[in-house]
Structures are given as C-alpha cells and as structure tokens.
Design a protein around this ligand. Structure first.
Ligand code: PLP
Length: 389
C-alpha cells in the first residue's frame, strides 16, 4: 500500500488519459465522463485550445509572485468583471480559499461599520469547503464532527426560506452578510428560484448586508448563464469561483462589487500561488472558449436532453422523486439511498456521483453533445431502474 493519507473513499480505477468527454483507464477501457472531476473540467479533457494555452504559457513563465504585476491576472480580472457585472477580483487556488476571502471580507466590512462581533447567515445543507471557517459555514454535521471548536459567527437558516432570514435579522444586530449557493451542489442540487433570489437581494439592500454567492460549483457557464445568480437577475456583492474556472488547472477567485469593492488594502489578504501566470492563462482560455463555442447555450440544450431523456426512460418508476437541474448541473433524487450506483455505473463505463445520500448528480463538461446525452441516459437509466425494482 502507498503512504497516502486515508482521506478519500476512492473507487478502484485510475485513468491514464482523456479525450473530450471520455476517460481511459489502465486497461484501455473507456468511460463517459458525466462528472468532470466534480464540475472542474469545463472544456472536457485535452481540449486543444486549453492544451495550447497552457503549454505556451509554461514555455514562457509559470510563476513570478504577487510582489510583481501579473498582466494575465489583470486581463482575467477584466474578463470576470465584464461577464459578472462586478468590479474587483482577488485570485486564489481553490473554492475554500475563495470563500475564506469572502468571509474575511464580510467581517472586515462589519468592523468598518463598528460591528465588533460580525455574523454571517448561512444555509442548511450548504457546502463551502473544508478549512476551519468554511467547514463551520457548511451545513453538514458530518463535515464538522471532530473538528470543534468551530469558527463562531455563523447563523444557520433553512435554505430558500426568506422569512427565516428576515426573522434571524430581527433578533441579531451583528449580521453583516448572507452567504449561499444559488444552486446547492453537495446538498443535492437544490435550486433557489428567481423570486427567492430577488427577495434576498432586496432584504440585503434593506438591511445593509452583503450578499455572498458561492458560485464555486454552479458558476462558469454550467447552468446556462455565466453565474447562477444571473438567472434571478440579481448581482451579489461578493461571489466566489474555483472548480470550472481553470478547466482543470487550480485557480479560485473572490469577486466583489458595490459596497464590498475597495475594502481590502495591501496587507489585508494574500496568496503565494494565487493567480499565477499559468492558472490565469487557463482561466482566460476557458472563458474565451465558452464564449467562442457557445457552450452556455449548449449546456442548456444538452442539459434539457439529459433531463427529458431520463424522464422518458424512468417514467412510471415511483422511486424517482424528482429530476431537476439547470443546464448541465443535474440531480436525480430517489426515495432511497443509492450510493451503490456509483460503482455500478463505473462498471458500465459511466462516471457519475451520488450526493446527499439519495441524489444522483451529473456535472458533465460543457462540450457534451446531444449524442453524449443519449449515451449517458442509455447507460444510467437501466441501473436506476434495477436499483428501484
Ligand atoms: C467544491 C466546493 C467548494 C470547495 O472547493 P475546494 O476547491 O474543494 O476548496 C466550495 N463551495 C462549493 C459550492 C463547492 O462545490
């Protein structure tokens, strides 16, 4: 056995290479990738444009330091500001780091308003990461158990419950922000509808709270718009990105606008690796390819094909509670635990995932085609059918 720390229940497979939406294992068997490394490989595997961009940048310079100007970082911040309608970007390397930056920013904002013990409203079933602050913000006891004392300053409410947020605000005058995923990923692909999004934006404005959207999983074009909040027509004060931003090269971002912009100065926050030239080259090429190839429209079309395909193939099965999603972020909720399906799908040459115990989660690359969608449905539906028999 190896010396790896035992932090993952890994499946007994290792991939040697990929090609588009396919991965190949050590025996040459190929797998349709319905998960993209959990919403990371936005452009699929080995996308020629991304390969060229990364190789070209590697041949120039990988890393300099945030002690110096990094023109690619400036360029990527301009692009992110343009597609989000927001103002400023801090680059880091992962989702939890992006959320740490957002949490620090919210506290900083509070202290500037004279709130000594700032609190942030967070949601049940939320997932924000595994660092101490982000696991404290996460709404899942399993993530937190054994790591107490948790970071204080988080108030939890049920997801999508505007009344509960209003009530908690009436009882607590230290609130500085509300933090949530507009579509919960780990929590089971739960969608905050447009009315809730607008009501929440209005409540935050009324109370002077920052609206923090964790777009780490649902952002970067996956749901058919650049970001989940754009479907409700709102703009947050802070959003966090990572996963799909570099299409496999690690990069995260904390993006701010309005009252949340201009808060940090030199010395308030930083990162050694954050936004290095290689990561920014990957981010820029990912954004450009999504745009040039119409991948957000594709996500809507192919996501629809997967959902209707599954609805037809699973029609009449009472064990299917719901088939939901936006674009290529899809959840199939069953009435019973279904973790075993992950291994069965693997055997059938399909990569999927199960979250929240009973929800099959699909997060294919944005380059998925309708033919890929049909292939996915024909591999997955028989397994679900058998599981529910
Ligand atoms: C994955 C995820 C994170 C954590 O990202 P890491 O890169 O693993 O730290 C945070 N928020 C959401 C919504 C995520 O899906």
């Amino acid at each position: 056995m190896s010396h790896l720390m035992n932090t993952y229940a890994r499946l007994p497979v290792a991939f040697t290479h990929g090609e588009g939406v396919w991965l190949f294992d050590e025996t040459g068997k190929r797998y349709l990738d319905g998960l993209s490394g959990i919403a990371v490989s936005t452009l699929g595997h080995n996308h020629p444009r991304l390969v060229r961009a990364i190789a070209g940048q590697a041949a120039k310079v990988l890393h300099t330091s945030n002690i110096y100007r990094i023109p690619l970082q400036e360029e990527l911040s301009d692009r992110l500001a343009a597609v989000s309608g927001m103002d400023e970007v801090f680059f880091c390397n992962s989702g939890c780091e992006a959320n740490e930056a957002a949490i620090k920013l919210a506290r900083f904002h509070g202290h500037r308003k004279g709130i000594e013990q700032p609190a942030i409203v967070v949601m049940e079933n939320a997932f924000h990461g595994r660092t101490l602050a982000t696991l404290s913000a996460t709404g899942n006891r399993k993530t937190q158990a054994g790591f107490e004392p948790l970071v204080s300053g988080f108030l939890r409410v049920p997801y999508k419950d505007i009344g509960a947020i209003r009530t908690v605000g009436e009882h607590n005058h230290n609130i500085v922000a509300v933090m949530l995923e507009m579509i919960q990923g780990e929590g089971g692909v739960n969608i905050a509808d447009e009315t809730f999004q607008r009501d929440l934006r209005a409540l935050c404005d009324e109370r002077g709270w920052l609206l923090i959207c964790d777009e780490v999983q649902c952002g970067m074009g996956r749901t058919g718009s650049w970001f989940g909040f754009q479907q409700g027509g709102v703009t947050p004060d802070v959003m966090t990105l990572a996963k799909g931003l570099g299409s496999g090269v690690p990069i995260g971002a904390c993006v701010t606008s309005g009252r949340a912009a201009g808060l940090f100065g030199p010395g308030n926050h930083g990162s050694t690796f954050g936004g290095n030239p290689l990561a920014c080259a990957a981010g820029l090429e990912t954004l450009a390819t999504i745009e040039d190839d119409g991948l957000m429209a594709n996500a809507v079309k192919v996501g629809e094909a997967i959902r209707t395909g599954l609805q037809e193939a699973l029609a009449g099965l009472s064990g299917v509670v719901d088939i939901r999603g936006r674009g290529l972020m899809i959840g199939i909720e069953l009435d019973r635990p279904c973790g075993d399906l992950v291994r069965q799908a693997l055997d059938a040459g399909l990569l999927i995932n199960v979250t929240a115990d009973r929800v099959i989660r699909l997060l294919p690359a944005l380059v998925f085609t309708e033919a890929n969608a049909q292939e996915l449905v024909s591999r997955l539906a028989p397994l679900v059918r058998k599981h529910l028999e």
